[in-house]
Design a protein around this ligand. Structure first.
Ligand SMILES: Cc1cc2nc3c(=O)[nH]c(=O)nc-3n(C[C@H](O)[C@H](O)[C@H](O)COP(=O)(O)O)c2cc1C
Length: 376
């Protein structure tokens, strides 16, 4: 199998077949099936919300490559008059820099960017949602909108009109089935004065899901931020989120001095540390990991801490020379490396766990989701 993996790595680096998960199942008897927000997926790799899901063409490239799911860029909610309490997040900023970020002896990457949420019109977002709805309906790639709604300071009421109008409009565009939706708590929010009070954050997490649901039937994922407090508070955020179907854990760290969000190994160290210390069953919903997912080995690390899938962003923005493949879109190159790398790819690491007696075959197959279920 090792020799086979070397050969697949070599040839798929020139051209990755869209149905690589079926190939892995047939050739290695490894079932990569995963889940995100209740959707069954052929494998666990999706794209986190950001600058790489702004345009229909980006969705087409991801669909062609065989990505399992994509979260659209975060829309800033508005009420029926078009007013946005979180308008400060609807800024236009195009310049992004991909930079190396070293933690101890580990080399990682981070994207530095001063922008925030969706900066085009509400109608243009609805158009993108329609494309996403059709792709999701085809069963070939799940596409999920993301929204940032009004978040009040402690003694302020919620501006419910924003919740109702925005959720209602997205749900109408989506059609008959419940709208899948992520609510983003971003690192720039973590760095904002609104987040100075722990009680204010816990109030948001307890109340926001119900306010979103009042606007329409949704399958709701709450993407938690890394707050500027300690790990105990991070755990309190997980336990204190009420009424979410899934948690996305955890958005990037915030560098208050530079005023920017960052990722890399510090992010995955923190996320995995907190996830590993959660008492079983405390999460209100299923878990999806995000943060420095740079290899299949890292996907396994998140899965062993309860994550049924992962959302990547930075990995899709590296210089072409950083990928082992010689051809293909960045999405194909990432998938090729994450799945087939003979040392740190998902197939290699699952075979390694089998050899170490930590994962057993069922009905002759190694199953990715068994990693999640083993400990949780
Ligand atoms: C440039 C950039 C923009 C992002 N914008 C959003 C956003 O609008 N909404 C959101 O929920 N997450 C956003 N993220 C967070 C990513 O979706 C992802 O969760 C995070 O970067 C951690 O994954 P990574 O280490 O693979 O990049 C953004 C990340 C980057 C780098």
């Amino acid at each position: 199998m090792r020799a086979q993996l070397e050969r697949d790595f070599e040839r798929f680096g020139r051209e990755l077949p869209r149905d690589f998960a079926a190939h892995v199942r047939e050739r290695y008897r490894v079932d990569l099936s995963a889940r995100y927000l209740g959707f069954p997926l052929p494998h666990p790799i999706g794209k986190g919300s950001g600058q790489l899901s702004l345009h229909e063409s980006q969705l087409e490239t991801d669909h062609e490559a065989g990505l399992a799911f994509v979260v659209l860029k975060t829309l800033i909610a508005q009420d029926a008059t078009g007013a946005q309490t979180m308008r400060a997040w609807a800024t236009h900023e195009t310049k992004m820099e991909i930079e190396r970020r070293r933690t101890g002896d580990r080399d990682g990457w981070t994207v530095t960017w001063k922008g925030r949420g969706w900066d085009r019109s509400f109608e243009e977002y609805l158009t993108l949602v329609r494309v996403g709805r059709d792709l999701t309906g085809s069963g070939e790639m799940v596409v999920v909108p993301s929204v940032k709604y009004h978040l009040p300071v402690l003694d302020e009421p919620f501006h419910d009109a924003e919740y109702r109008f925005t959720t209602g409009a997205l749900a109408r565009e989506w059609g008959a089935s419940p709208l899948p939706l992520e609510k983003d708590f971003s690192p720039t929010l973590a760095g904002d004065a609104r987040s100075d009070e722990r009680a204010a954050i816990l109030r948001w997490l307890a109340e926001v899901p119900a306010r979103i649901r009042a606007g329409a039937a949704v399958r709701l994922g709450v993407k938690l931020m890394n707050a500027r407090f300690d790990d105990d508070f991070q755990r309190a955020m997980v336990e204190g989120t009420k009424g979410a179907d899934a948690l996305i854990v955890f958005n990037r760290l915030f560098d208050a001095e530079k005023g920017v969000a960052y990722g890399g190994w510090e992010l995955s160290d923190r996320n995995l540390g907190v996830l590993g210390s959660l008492a079983p069953g405390v999460s209100p919903g299923s878990l999806t990991g995000t943060g420095n997912v740079c290899s299949g080995r890292m996907i396994v690390a998140y899965a062993l801490r309860g994550c049924e899938s992962v959302q990547l962003h930075t990995a899709f923005q590296l210089p072409l020379s950083a990928y082992p493949s010689s051809d293909g879109s960045r999405t194909q190159r990432v998938l090729h490396q994450m799945i087939f790398d003979p040392k740190d790819g998902l197939v290699a690491v699952l075979l390694e766990l089998e050899a170490a007696g930590r994962l057993a075959r069922r009905d002759g197959e190694l199953k990715f989701l068994d990693l999640v279920d083993v400990d949780h």
